[in-house]
Design a protein around this ligand. Structure first.
Ligand code: FES
Ligand SMILES: [Fe+2]
Ligand SMILES: [Fe+2]
Length: 431
């Protein structure tokens, strides 16, 4: 059973060991029932209310937040270990060897947010407390109550077999996921807490959750017209995949081209401001779609996905002009062309919540195409000798995209981004 549960969870981009809430809840509840004196089958036979019992269990499962954090053996190795939630509400799992017991509470100290996983466990007259490393406030491991009067939220922990389970409403991960990291680093850049770019070679291909079922482009499930729930989930799932790659593409352009010079000068800070904002937007888009998928009873990773978007990153890894042209001015502009139709599918099928999400994405994506165009133009104009922007764009698309652009175009959306017909109409196959 555990293997099956592990495979079901594929929503975690950071590949951690956390599992699907609903499945884990089933697992834990069944284990608890079977290990007691009464078994499910005995209740069924004696009371004859199998259907009621199953319904009741379903509710328990749906309302429960039990999830596995890992094996007892592994988790005993750390006195305190932080687990990351996508929304930033992390928890710390604390192991007390003397009691052979695990405790769990919010990781950010309720005083000023200090990292409790770096705190010490101390004995206060027989009561075990964690002491925050920042200002030494103490919190009782069982109750979360502090002698300062503050209170830290605590969560139930159960050990079943060799696994540790915690009852927490959000999926927990062993590392902050891409989305969290993007928000954290993006915010630090925008507040100028990070001011230097550093030097690193970005990965040839960013990591994806091991459990994702990657298929060749075009071999994913047919998305359909949104008439059924399955079709709407499939459409959203495909968009979540695009958004997740878009997060990687945004960071890749920042890191890979950090030290490119134009006429002997570094790119201005505004270039990095723009693409870090794009990364934050893409992370927000992924988060919104992922939340929507969960609300519809699915999750990212439930369906096969393709990696085609990254092919364009690989093809353009040696040229910033090519990257801007293909990723931001061809693919993202193509996104503007298809978005109104996707939106219409959801509107027609009475899904206003998804429509709201798609509207936010559409508005942001216009600014991404605009950023691509702005920096493509900047480089052309500041090159020595200056390049003619539109013919250079056509040249790069022919060289790197190697295909005609397909109408129909969203003329209005493209125009709002500053991309007029002379940019793209000459790239359409002549009749
Ligand atoms: S932040 Fe924890 S005691 Fe101040
Ligand atoms: Fe996006
Ligand atoms: Fe985008």
């Amino acid at each position: 059973m555990e293997e099956r549960i592990k495979k079901k969870n594929s929503c975690c981009p950071s590949n951690c060991y956390c599992l699907n809430n609903q499945s884990i809840a089933t697992y834990v509840k069944l284990n608890q029932l079977q290990s007691g004196s009464t078994t499910i089958s005995k209740i069924d036979m004696e009371d004859g209310f199998e259907v009621d019992l199953v319904d009741a269990l379903k509710t328990v499962v749906q309302d429960s937040g039990w999830q596995c954090l890992g094996s007892v053996t592994d988790l005993k190795k750390n006195k305190c270990k932080r687990f990351y939630a996508e929304d930033g509400e992390d928890v710390v799992l604390i192991y007390v060897p003397g009691q052979n017991t695990f405790y769990c509470m919010d990781a950010a100290c309720s005083h000023e947010g200090g990292p409790l996983e770096q705190g010490d466990i101390e004995d206060f007259d027989g009561e075990l407390k964690i002491v925050c490393p920042w200002h030494s406030y103490d919190f009782d491991l069982k109750t979360g109550i502090s002698s300062s009067g503050l209170h830290q939220e605590v969560y139930q922990v159960e050990v079943v077999g060799d696994k540790v389970y915690v009852n927490y409403p959000e999926d927990l991960h062993t590392k902050p996921c891409k989305i969290r990291l993007t928000f954290d680093v993006g915010e630090k850049w925008q507040k100028r807490e990070i001011t230097t770019l550093g030097h690193m070679i970005p990965p040839d291909q960013p990591k994806r959750a091991d459990q994702l079922n990657i298929v060749a482009p075009g071999k994913e499930k047919r998305r359909g017209k949104g008439g059924s729930l399955a079709s709407r989930i499939s459409n959203l799932h495909s968009l979540a995949n695009i958004e997740q790659w878009a997060v990687d593409l945004s960071w890749d352009i920042v890191v890979r081209f950090a030290h490119v010079t134009v006429d002997g000068k570094q790119l201005p800070q505004e270039f990095f401001d723009d693409f870090i904002q794009v990364a934050i937007d893409e992370a927000k888009h992924y988060g919104m779609i992922s939340t929507r998928l969960k609300a519809l009873g699915s999750h990212f990773g439930a369906l096969p996905v393709h990696n085609a978007l990254w092919d364009s990153a690989t093809d353009t890894s040696d040229s910033l002009l090519a990257r801007l042209a293909i990723v931001h001015m061809v693919h993202e502009a193509r996104g503007l062309d298809v978005q109104p139709k996707t939106l219409e599918k959801f509107a027609k099928n009475n899904d206003p919540e998804s429509v709201k999400v798609l509207e936010v994405i559409y508005r942001d994506e216009i600014t991404h195409v605009a950023a691509g165009l702005k920096w493509f133009t900047y480089i052309c104009k500041n090159s020595q000798p200056a390049l003619d922007c539109i013919p250079t764009f056509h040249e790069y698309v022919k060289k790197y995209f190697r295909s005609y652009l397909k109408p129909p175009f969203n003329t209005e959306g493209r125009q709002t981004a500053g991309m007029y017909e002379e940019w793209y109409m000459p790239l359409v196959k002549p009749k």
